[in-house]
Design a binder for this molecule. Structure first.
Ligand SMILES: [Zn+2]
Length: 355
């Protein structure tokens, strides 16, 4: 099948355009060399639902803005690259949209086709299997804005399985947008080093382990984690990072507490379900493969653990997931402590809660 590696079965684009670094981070091979992450969609949805429920706030506006800025940055850089190789001119918009829709399928974001593209003030985009509506809508707005050169507001009808997204020229909230743009630009702190290496596919150069972890249904834009059945998606990491940073600024440490506790519950349920078919170490090893960060030092003292993770893609999300992971595999509740350095690593302390 076109676009699929005949050796490992993954879309060739994934391995050819990304590098799995030794520090637990996936980075794009081409400018702007953004960090990518292979998210657990079920986890991200659970997280945002928990935040909305517990704060009583609709945070979809913030999610849309974070993704819009993220897409704007990515697509603008892609267009710059096209201009350079095209001697200063760009391919027609229709061709650019086709390239992007193809990426949407490869990254598991949604199956999109433009039926009637006309340059103009409004565009309606039919889509299937959109990964998460606020994120998908933000992506679409950012893509359109980069190509057409004016700001749009995304509206939709239908649900994630089948919808029509409409993009209409309109103004936003400049103050919120400036703040989120600054966070997207600042990005995730990261440290070099690490000793990770992967056996790469001889044809597309993606880690072979990744093809054992995930399966791709390219036509329907679905990526599935084989072990859990959870849907996955591959995307820039900065947008979500910026959304969470702004939430913390607005709502304070409550957000960090909500992220930790909802991640703990999510991970504990997930790993309890699959515990018989895998191990704690095998699951930790999957973190850097997905660009979640690299568990670098694990110290065990009696029943307690200190776990250092380098380059977590979101400190509290990764920490809460590890908390639930240890509880599921060790069948033990832990008192949790977190040292978040703000400079590319976290330390998690787990002490057994004695009965
Ligand atoms: Zn391959």
């Amino acid at each position: 099948m076109k676009g699929i590696c005949s050796k490992c079965g993954m879309p060739t684009n994934i391995g050819r355009t990304n590098v799995w670094q030794s520090n637990g981070v996936i980075v794009g091979k081409y400018p702007p060399h953004l960090r990518g992450t292979i998210y657990d969609l079920d986890e991200i949805k659970y997280l945002f639902e928990s935040i909305s429920r517990q704060t009583g706030l609709d945070i979809s506006r913030l999610i849309i803005e974070g993704k819009r800025k993220d897409a704007l940055r990515f697509i603008s850089s892609m267009l710059q690259h096209f201009r350079e190789v095209g001697g200063g001119t760009l391919p027609p918009p229709r061709n650019i949209y086709e390239i992007i829709f193809n990426l949407c399928k490869i990254w598991g974001l949604g199956a999109v086709e433009i039926l009637n593209y006309q340059e103009g003030e409004t565009i309606a985009i039919p889509a299937k299997n959109a990964y998460f509506l606020p994120m998908f809508a933000g992506d679409a707005a950012g893509v359109y804005e980069s190509i057409e050169g004016y700001r749009v507001i995304p509206l939709w009808e239908g649900d994630e399985s089948e919808l029509t997204l409409t993009l209409k020229r309109g103004e936003g909230e400049p103050e919120l947008e400036e703040r989120i743009e600054a966070e997207v630009e600042r990005g995730i702190p990261s440290r070099e080093g690490g000793d990770l290496w992967y056996k790469l596919c001889g044809e597309c150069s993606a880690p072979l382990e990744l093809s054992r972890l995930l399966s791709w249904d390219l036509e329907n834009a679905l990526i599935t984690e084989k072990l859990t059945g959870n849907r996955a998606f591959f995307h820039n990491a900065n947008g979500l990072f910026a959304v969470v940073k702004l939430l913390v600024e607005e709502l304070g440490e409550d957000i960090e507490r909500i992220i930790l506790s909802s991640e703990r519950v999510f991970a504990k349920n997930l790993y309890t379900r699959v515990r018989g078919a895998t191990s704690l170490d095998a699951e930790l090893n999957k973190f850097p493969l997905r660009s979640w960060g690299r568990p670098s030092h694990i110290k065990k003292e009696g029943g307690s653990f200190i776990i250092q993770v380098d380059n977590p893609y979101l400190d509290h999300l990764v920490a809460g997931r590890i908390w639930g992971l240890y509880e599921a595999f060790n069948q033990q509740e832990y008192i949790f402590g977190l040292e978040s350095s703000g400079s590319g690593f976290i330390k998690i302390e787990l002490d057994p809660l004695s009965a």
